[in-house]
Design a protein around this ligand. Structure first.
Ligand code: FES
Ligand code: FES
Length: 153
């Protein structure tokens, strides 16, 4: 039996130690907001936070998580940065098909929590690993700036 902490709640389950965290979240715990895109840490669709830092859950074995705090798209809105990001995403209608967007929001929320007023280079560095096939990058950048400043740019 393994136990992890997700969005402030203890979750216990049976799983192989090498199962990636994304499989545990989606297939065992039924938390399907984090998406499977590439499976090789290249697209960012599966991004969650571990102790506040963005990680690719598709390549993180559950045995490496242990007692660290996991935050997913289902829980990120409880943090100040996550709430600001989600509001800006809605205000600016960032989402197109939506598949990449939980990962985009998780990376943006981690950026703002660490760097409350990011400049373009901070945004580039934080968001470079999140791919959007719909090309919503311009709106993502504007939403991050709105979340940071409270103003539409
Ligand atoms: S599914 Fe994890 S980075 Fe693409
Ligand atoms: S909104 Fe469609 S892949 Fe990003």
């Amino acid at each position: 039996m393994l136990t992890i902490q997700v969005n402030g709640e203890q979750k216990s389950f049976e799983a192989p130690a090498d199962m990636p965290l994304l499989w545990v979240l989606r297939d065992i715990l039924g938390m399907t907001g984090s998406k499977f895109g590439c499976g090789i840490a290249q697209c960012g669709a599966c991004t969650v936070h571990i102790d506040g830092k963005p990680v690719r859950s598709c390549v993180l074995p559950i045995s490496a998580v242990r007692d660290r705090a996991i935050t997913t798209i289902e829980g990120v809105g409880a943090s100040p940065a996550g709430a600001k990001v989600q509001k800006a995403w809605l205000d600016l209608e960032v989402i197109q098909c939506g598949y990449c967007q939980s990962g985009q929001i998780m990376s943006a929320a981690a950026l703002l929590a660490a760097t409350p007023n990011p400049d373009d280079s901070d945004i580039d560095a934080a968001m470079a690993g999140n791919i959007c096939r719909c090309g919503t990058y311009v709106r993502i950048r504007a939403a991050i700036k709105q979340a940071a400043t409270g103003r539409q740019s």
